[in-house]
Design a protein around this ligand. Structure first.
Ligand SMILES: Nc1nc2c(ncn2[C@@H]2O[C@H](COP(=O)(O)OP(=O)(O)OP(=O)(O)O)[C@@H](O)[C@H]2O)c(=O)[nH]1
Ligand SMILES: [Mg+2]
Length: 214
């Protein structure tokens, strides 16, 4: 397997970031890899821990997950890039399988078998159908490095969905694997049920508009 760049974004993930990095290193112990952390000014010491354990750890003003993912992917040096959440909801054991599939696809999405929120279920049946994936907001994905210059950030949060939209507009090949997610954390960062669903519906609407915009 060729080298792999792992990109994760963090906002107050001090309790998870070290475990995530060590688990990734163990999973990829026989492969060249680098781990890149893009932190948005966390207040809990995430960046200090990330700097100790990651290859690249950058902190900046809060611009959200999508911008952080793009910044991280643009720094990647290896031909395959994996994006992964830092909160241990994406088990690194799937990284080799995702990476391998980039020989067939430009982007591979690790989709959850159960989507926790109503908004995510609706996204799956609408935007997901158009894109050919069931989990449009999973940011546990593999990307071919060669396509990164095509990806755009439109200036607000879409929880990574706009990358799949851009890929579709460029007729890139999008593949998928599925995995059973662990129970979600108790204190969702994205907000309580109503707020989270509204934020996801808003991200879904913007993504559909980007898809049809010339
Ligand atoms: N850089 C950056 N990372 C963020 C931001 N918001 C969330 N993240 C990170 O993006 C990843 C996914 O965010 P989560 O808050 O877990 O989103 P979620 O999984 O939909 O929601 P939860 O139910 O709270 O887990 C995590 O690693 C977060 O730390 C942000 O504003 N900036
Ligand atoms: Mg999460």
């Amino acid at each position: 397997m060729q080298g792999i760049s792992i990109v994760t974004t963090t906002w107050n993930e001090q309790e998870n970031i070290k475990k995530l990095i060590l688990t990734i290193r163990k999973t990829l112990k026989d492969h060249p890899h680098e781990i890149i952390v893009i932190d948005d000014n966390s207040t809990d010491g995430t960046i200090q821990t990330a700097k100790q354990h990651a290859d690249i750890a950058i902190t900046k003003l809060r611009q959200g997950q999508t911008k952080g993912l793009l910044d991280g992917m643009q720094l990647a040096q290896y031909p395959t890039i994996i994006t992964i959440d830092a909160d241990l909801e994406n088990d690194p054991q799937h990284i080799p399988q995702l990476a391998k599939l980039t020989s067939k696809f430009d982007i591979v999405v690790a989709s959850r078998t159960q989507l926790p929120r109503i908004s995510e279920k609706i996204a799956s049946k609408t935007l997901g159908k158009l894109l050919g994936v069931t989990d449009t907001f999973s940011n546990y994905r593999a990307f071919k490095k060669t396509i990164i210059p095509l990806l755009k950030w439109h200036g607000s949060e879409t929880f990574g969905a706009e990358f799949l939209v851009t890929a579709k507009k460029h007729h890139l090949k999008i593949g998928q694997i599925t995995y059973t997610p662990p129970p979600r954390r108790q204190n969702p960062r994205i907000g309580g049920t109503i707020k989270a669903n509204l934020r996801i519906f808003w991200a879904l609407s913007k993504s559909i508009i980007y898809l049809y915009k010339k």
